[in-house]
Design a protein. Structure first.
Length: 295
């Protein structure tokens, strides 16, 4: 039997407090399924993307092992290839939002068994200017907390680490003036927060109805939180967010495929929980069904 070649890109820092035994079990399952494994460990930010771009085309499958940041890097690297191998994911991070959307088990052995069953599906990938993102590009309030929480805190505290970092941002909560065009609709105003996502969970804190999120339809889910002008506006905003009623008056929720955003502000951005620079003009595109994933 001819072995299929599988490249496993591992972030050894992700979920460092977790036992590595289950990863060996996962490797054994993939090997028994007929895969010839090659394993690469990352040593610094950007390594996973470079490994995927440099070596990915020589393999039948590329598997990301780590958190959502590792997954983002691996996909960013694969998107640089003309011919992209299918992608697998063994979640090991403290927050694995996209794994929840894909229904990928947090147990490596279970995820490996699903991968070995070779059930492919198509996946939309986002493009933020010249960078790729998997499940969310966000700006404004609390965005900084997603990438400023120390890795040691993420490993020890999981979601709570993000909440602690977000609390630090409360004293800097402020609106940002933006002009945004989404599929021809123009929105011009002051916003506290905005997210363009292809996921049912963001930061483990914001949940979207799985029936309204289709991961391969060429559409993003866009949520904007306007700056409340009155106490009643603020009350309605808080109630809508607490009850996850994103269609309520006071919030802006749309299904869109392309966004053009302009601002004169220093606007903090995060792509899949990783830092992105503040730019005066941002173009966001949906690359429909750009990648095949094995789940």
């Amino acid at each position: 039997m001819e072995h299929r070649k599988l490249l496993m890109i591992v972030n050894p820092r992700a979920g460092r407090n977790k036992s590595r035994g289950p990863l060996f079990d996962a490797a054994a399952i993939l090997s028994q399924a007929g895969y010839l494994l090659s394993i690469r460990q990352t040593a610094a930010a950007g390594d996973a993307a470079e490994i995927a771009a440099r070596e990915g085309s020589a393999y039948d499958v590329v598997v990301a092992v780590g958190g959502d940041g590792t997954l983002n890097e691996v996909i960013s690297g694969l998107m640089r290839l003309e011919k992209r191998p299918p992608l697998g994911y063994l979640p090991q991070g403290s927050t694995n939002d996209f794994a929840a959307s894909l229904h990928v088990s947090g147990k490596p052995a279970v995820a490996a068994e699903a991968l070995a069953a070779h059930a492919p599906r198509q996946l939309d990938i986002g493009r933020w200017n010249d960078r790729s993102f998997v499940y969310v590009a966000s700006f404004g309030a609390f965005t900084k907390s997603s990438y400023s929480a120390p890795q040691s805190a993420k490993n020890a505290l999981g979601h709570f680490a993000y909440i602690l970092e977000g609390m630090k941002d409360l004293d800097t909560l402020r609106p940002y003036r933006i002009r945004l065009t989404a599929d021809g609709e123009v929105l011009d105003g002051d916003y506290l927060f905005g997210a363009v996502c292809n996921s049912t969970s963001i930061g483990g804190l914001m949940k979207l109805d799985p029936e309204r999120v289709v991961l391969d339809d060429g559409k993003f889910e866009m949520l904007l939180i306007p700056n409340p002008k009155t106490a009643l506006d603020l009350q309605n905003l808080v109630l809508a967010l607490l009850n996850q009623q994103y269609d309520r008056e006071g919030l802006v929720f749309r299904h869109v495929s392309a966004i053009h955003l302009e601002t004169g502000e220093t606007l903090p951005w995060s792509l899949d929980g990783e830092y992105a620079p503040s730019l005066p003009v941002v173009e966001i595109q949906n690359c429909r069904q750009a990648l095949t994933v094995l789940l």
